[in-house]
Design a protein around this ligand. Structure first.
Ligand SMILES: Nc1ncnc2c1ncn2[C@@H]1O[C@H](COP(=O)(O)OP(=O)(O)OP(=O)(O)O)[C@@H](O)[C@H]1O
Ligand SMILES: [Mg+2]
Length: 378
């Protein structure tokens, strides 16, 4: 597998982890799956890297979910083999599979008659973990997906928003701390804003936990953002599998080119997170920006409140100083936001940079327009 490329004019430290320092943990060879006369998978071979995110994407009906379900031993295979750490998946028991692989699916969702706690606890309980360890685990997982255990533990799924339910689904998949996570459109039913926040969370958690993830999505931007290894499928076959950078720069054939669409260059910006090119921000409580902004500079000065949250941005433009009030979701980004998101926020504010805030909304840096420009455009 190719090593991830970096920006030509700017040192972007490992936009994603490098694929060459990993190994294959799941190997699919010449897989054929048929449903009656329908060939759902037609000679699929795939090597899935450990501790990385592999994303399957392609048009509806191309075989993404079937591939995922085969990995979990849920589908009968006509021909071919799936090997998990040198063992055949078909030979593993359901208990072994549960222990090894967490499964988050959009459509099945949570058990409606079980509380959040019972849902998250499902697999650890089936595996016979002791009660105190399970309670500790549920609290830890709820905290990881940023839902307060005191508030959410006893709720039922119908008392959750779509985004909260998907967080719980994710927590449940992580239940027994499996090395592998299989995720089938886990953020499918949420609105675009919450979807981006869930992706931010996913990146944050994945950088911490380094699971081996196989993730199915319909959304190209989501795929490019999250994938270390991107697999494009069509009609039960794999048409290209590589790093997102490589696929964006060298799409194989007309189908992939059409699938990536005319925004291919812009998608490059979704590959890099804000923290990779964040710089120190000029800030203070003072509302007199002229004292802070050198003449002729195009820097941004951020006025912050007493908690450190940006309230106003100032920049010089054609001899005068322009001032823009800052509203958190509209003008600020988080450290795992994409550069595409930073670009959108810069355009929203008209300033020369986007303010980067931490989870409590405090200014922690900025991403400058020039820095984004320097990321190589395909
Ligand atoms: N249980 C089933 N019985 C019969 N045919 C099935 C079954 N499951 C899937 N198929 C068929 O197999 C093919 C692949 O389906 P699959 O669910 O893997 O597609 P997908 O890529 O996940 O699509 P989507 O993006 O719509 O979820 C489709 O033609 C589908 O109709
Ligand atoms: Mg599907």
């Amino acid at each position: 597998m190719a090593e991830k490329t970096q920006g030509k004019t700017m040192q972007v430290n490992q936009a994603h982890p490098i694929l060459t320092d990993t190994h294959t943990f799941l190997k699919v060879e010449h897989l054929v799956v048929q449903y009656g006369t329908i060939v759902a998978l037609d000679d699929v071979s795939l090597e899935i890297p450990a501790n990385r995110v592999t994303v399957l994407i392609g048009p509806s009906g191309c075989g993404k979910s079937t591939t995922l379900r085969c990995l979990n031993g849920l589908v009968g295979i006509e021909r071919g083999t799936i090997t998990y750490l040198d063992a055949s998946v078909q030979g593993l028991s359901q208990t072994d599979l549960r222990r090894s692989m967490g499964y988050a699916i959009q459509s099945v969702g949570l058990m409606p008659h079980l509380t959040v706690e019972e849902n998250v606890d499902l697999v650890p309980r089936l595996l016979g973990w002791d009660r105190s360890k399970r309670k500790e685990r549920v609290d830890k997982l709820l905290a990881l997906v940023r839902l307060d255990p005191e508030i959410y533990r006893k709720k039922y799924p119908n008392e959750l928003s779509g985004g909260e339910a998907q967080r719980i689904g994710f927590a449940r998949a992580l239940g027994s701390d499996p090395p592998v996570l299989l995720m089938d459109e886990p953020f499918g039913a949420v609105d675009p804003l919450n979807r981006i926040l869930l992706q931010d969370e996913f990146i944050r958690i994945q950088r911490q936990l380094k699971k081996s993830v196989v993730f199915v999505t319909h959304d190209l931007e989501e795929a490019v953002r999250l994938a270390d290894y991107l697999v494009i499928m069509k009609d039960g076959k794999i048409v290209q599998a590589d790093t997102p950078e490589q696929i964006l720069s060298s799409p194989k054939g007309e189908f992939v080119e059409r699938f990536l669409g005319p925004e291919r260059s812009l998608q490059r910006l979704t590959l890099v997170t804000a923290d990779r090119c964040m710089e120190k921000a000029l800030s203070g409580l003072d509302s007199d920006a002229s004292a802070h902004l050198p003449d002729c500079s195009n820097l941004t000065y951020w006025q912050v409140d007493e908690d450190g949250a940006p309230v106003c941005g100032y920049t010089r433009s054609e001899g005068s100083i322009i001032q823009k009030p800052i509203t958190s979701a509209i003008h600020t980004v988080q450290i795992y936001s994409s550069l595409k998101d930073c670009m959108a926020k810069i355009l929203n504010s008209g300033l020369s940079a986007a303010a980067v805030v931490d989870e409590r909304g405090r200014l922690c840096g900025e991403v400058r327009f020039e820095a984004i420009q320097q990321i190589s455009i395909l």
